[in-house]
Design a protein around this ligand. Structure first.
Ligand code: AMP
Ligand code: ZN
Length: 115
């Protein structure tokens, strides 16, 4: 279920500190350590898998739960005028941590297309 050496699994287990935003049986959310917007929260499944590329049909529900948690956090923070959920897939897209995570970015104008 969790990977002993994975940074985000270690955050879920509390071995590495984080600023927790939300937690339920399936999902954990915390502030990004290097925020790129006034709201920059990472939402992760408690089950370890490397990313969207590695996801299986059995992971469909948890991927949806991560996005629904993002929507709930956005509602609580009053950023529903415009926010973005992002999943970077692979090093070429900037993925640097190989435990699936949804970025929630908001609280400022967000340009399109992203870089
Ligand atoms: P990505 O580049 O899409 O893989 O996103 C990884 C994100 O994790 C980056 O935005 C980092 O700033 C963030 N990050 C890395 N280490 C930590 C940490 N210890 N606590 C919180 N966020 C982190
Ligand atoms: Zn992990």
């Amino acid at each position: 279920m969790t990977d002993p050496n994975c940074l985000f699994c270690r955050i879920i287990r509390g071995e590495i500190s984080s600023k927790k935003v939300y937690e339920d049986d399936h999902v954990f959310a915390f502030e990004d350590i290097s925020p790129k917007a006034p709201t920059h929260v990472l939402i992760i499944p408690k089950k370890h898998f490397a990313g969207l590329k590695e996801a299986e049909v059995a992971d469909a529900e948890i991927i949806g739960r991560c996005h629904l948690a993002a929507a709930q956090i956005a509602r609580q923070r009053n950023i529903e005028q415009g926010y973005r959920t992002v999943v970077n897939v692979g090093p070429g897209a900037g993925q640097s941590v190989f435990h699936l995570h949804v970025h929630l970015l908001g609280g400022r104008p967000l340009a399109w297309p992203p870089g």
